[in-house]
Design a protein around this ligand. Structure first.
Ligand code: 7TS
Length: 415
């Protein structure tokens, strides 16, 4: 069991007041707060080790290089990657996916090929493929979402064919919390001979992952959603695929040799890391991985599942509230999306902010998913290891107050 009260001591921002009330931070799917261990690692980099990497023979440059490579090794261990050089540091999950679209998609896909996506995708795992499709004459197809927010895997089978070159899907939905059956989806793709990209932005921070067990070809995620700094993302790829791909951006560090007539690309992972990388944040990401590793993802998952169960209990007693996504807690992560009948999600978000409660409102960068639900947006509470049952109760109280304010006595009548 995880001791959230003790962990909270590590997060200075959680002591903040917002509008005179203790901050209740329930926007973790957007970004998570940072423990002082990560903040200190960042400060310590600039105070003690700051230099550029891979360039100098001097001590500071060596130390900076070591710190980045330590983080790379920790990242590889965290996701079960066989070798550190199969871990590429990018800016975020979005850039990781774009890297694959450019460096793999442009080289290996041709007109008439198909990419299979799902209706659950974040725009980050949709728009890059739309751009590639427009450029290369590739077609996009979509695994439909059922009414409960889960994927229709029977339809997936029918959508796969020898034309399908890639299945790209999110492991966990940021908008509804749905946890997809990753092994089943990978098996389906393999049956058609397609490569697999998993968008792990909402999975890797919360549930254990082993890329060898999943047998995915690519995995993308962001450090800032897992206690780490902004500006660092990860792309894991199978080594032979990364070797076969073209470089992404051109410039310093990604080359082995340059002549006026051309260049030879560097070895992995540097082939995909052009220019001065985000050294400080990569170094501090190591501290986030240490922190999560010490808490343990099994405990994080158990804690979030308990918070979601509590959220259902509390929210189901709020009048005129619709909750979206699977009802079965084993099929969802720590995300609960909801709407009041006849109220715009922005009004709900503003009412909650008055109580010091931070949630995200809107389409959550999933406009096609919202269109399928028939709503412009939702309000979304998303949990992490430092959230508590008391905070879920505070959310429930604030929502009941909102219902009273907007619906008055009518609210009770409609229950
Ligand atoms: N994929 C999923 C499933 C996501 O939830 C997000 C960010 C991304 C990709 C992109 O991550 P980024 O770090 O590159 O921006 N999701 C959210 C969200 O739900 N609210 O804010 C950002």
């Amino acid at each position: 069991m995880l001791d959230a009260a003790r962990l909270r001591e590590d997060f200075p921002i959680l002591k903040r007041l917002v509008r005179g009330k203790p901050l209740v931070y329930l926007d973790n799917a957007a970004t998570t707060q940072k423990p002082r261990q990560v903040i200190s690692a960042l400060a310590s980099f600039y105070e003690r080790h700051n230099a550029n990497v891979h360039r100098g023979v001097h001590t500071l440059s060596d130390e900076a290089t070591q710190l980045v490579e330590d983080s790379r090794r920790k990242t590889a261990a965290f996701i079960g990657a066989p070798k550190p050089q199969t871990v590429i540091f990018t800016r975020n999950a979005t850039e990781s996916i774009n890297l694959v679209a450019h460096a793999w998609g442009r080289k290996f896909l041709k007109a008439g090929d198909e990419i299979l996506l799902t209706e659950l995708e974040h725009h980050s795992n949709l728009v890059p493929w739309q751009m590639l499709a427009a450029e290369k004459g590739v077609s996009l197809r979509f695994i439909p979402m059922r009414e409960d927010g889960t994927l229709d895997l029977e339809r997936a089978q029918a959508l796969l064919s020898p034309k399908t070159k890639l299945l790209a899907f999110t492991a966990a939905s940021n908008a509804l919390g749905t946890l997809n059956d990753v092994p089943a989806l990978v098996r389906l793709a393999r049956g058609a001979g397609a490569k697999v990209l998993v968008d792990g932005a909402q999975w890797v921070p919360h549930l254990a992952v082993d890329v060898r067990a999943w047998d995915c070809d690519f995995l993308a995620f962001s450090a800032h959603k897992m206690l780490g700094p902004t500006g660092i993302g990860v792309l894991y790829g199978k080594e032979d695929l990364l070797e076969a791909m073209n470089p992404f951006l051109g410039g310093g560090d990604m080359i082995q040799q340059v002549r006026l007539e051309g260049f030879t690309a560097n070895v992995l992972p540097y082939k995909f890391e052009a220019g001065t990388p985000n050294i400080a944040d990569a170094a501090a990401f190591g501290a986030a991985l240490d922190y999560l590793g010490a808490v343990g993802l099994a405990a994080v998952r158990e804690h979030e599942a308990a918070l979601v169960r509590k959220a259902f209990e509390v929210l189901e007693s709020v009048p005129r509230l619709t909750i979206y996504g699977p009802r079965d807690v084993s099929r969802r992560g720590g995300v609960v999306s909801f709407n009041f009948d006849g109220l715009h999600a922005h009004d709900v978000g503003t009412a909650l902010d008055l109580e010091g409660i931070a949630v995200r409102v809107g389409h959550h960068c999933c406009q096609p998913l919202m269109a399928k639900l028939g709503v412009p947006g939702t309000a979304r509470a998303s949990f992490y290891l430092y959230n508590t049952e008391e905070e879920v109760e505070a959310l429930g109280r604030a929502l009941r107050k909102t219902a009273d304010f907007f619906f008055g006595a009518k609210a009770e009548a409609k229950r």
